[in-house]
Design a protein around this ligand. Structure first.
Ligand SMILES: C[S@@+](CC[C@H](N)C(=O)[O-])C[C@H]1O[C@@H](n2cnc3c(N)ncnc32)[C@H](O)[C@@H]1O
Length: 134
């Protein structure tokens, strides 16, 4: 499945699309768009979901329960669409939940290895840097 097949299978209008460059941006709720993306069609998901610690994200209420509901739905969905998922797994208080439920799919930036359900290992050389322009 190539880039154009993936874009054509998603019924939401892109915010930005350059077919020649193979670039597309959707501005959407992930719960609307992830189910439209074909299985294992994405090489890498790099995401920074909410933390469940009450940060003001506008329309999203960042409560622990909302965070858990979002993780329980979105992490399996991210695994379904992608070969590899990289995400900071929230602040340290939620680490036990992530490890108990997802076998260390999520990890903190800088941790050297990521294990997903016993069949995928990714070694990171160096670390990722998150830059918040605020
Ligand atoms: C931790 S912040 C991301 C911060 C960003 N990486 C940065 O450096 O500025 C999580 C973001 O996810 C957004 N969000 C929450 N629920 C969402 C959903 N269902 N679909 C898409 N985005 C969502 C929040 O509004 C918030 O902007």
């Amino acid at each position: 499945m190539d880039f154009n097949d993936i874009v054509d299978s998603i019924s939401i209008k892109p915010y930005y699309l350059d077919r020649e460059a193979g670039q597309v941006i959707y501005c959407a709720d992930c719960r609307d768009i992830l189910p439209l993306i074909p299985d294992k069609s994405i090489d890498l998901v790099l995401t920074d979901p909410p933390y469940g610690v009450g940060i003001d994200f506008g329309i999203y209420q960042d409560t622990p329960q909302n965070w858990r509901d979002l993780m329980l739905w979105s992490i399996p969905e991210l695994n379904r669409i992608s070969q590899c998922v990289i995400m900071p797994c929230s602040r340290i208080v939620e680490l036990p939940f992530i490890y108990a439920n997802f076998k260390a799919i999520g990890y903190f930036v800088g941790i050297s290895e990521l294990r997903h359900k016993g069949h995928m290992w990714v070694s990171m050389i160096g670390s990722l840097t998150w830059f918040m322009a605020k």
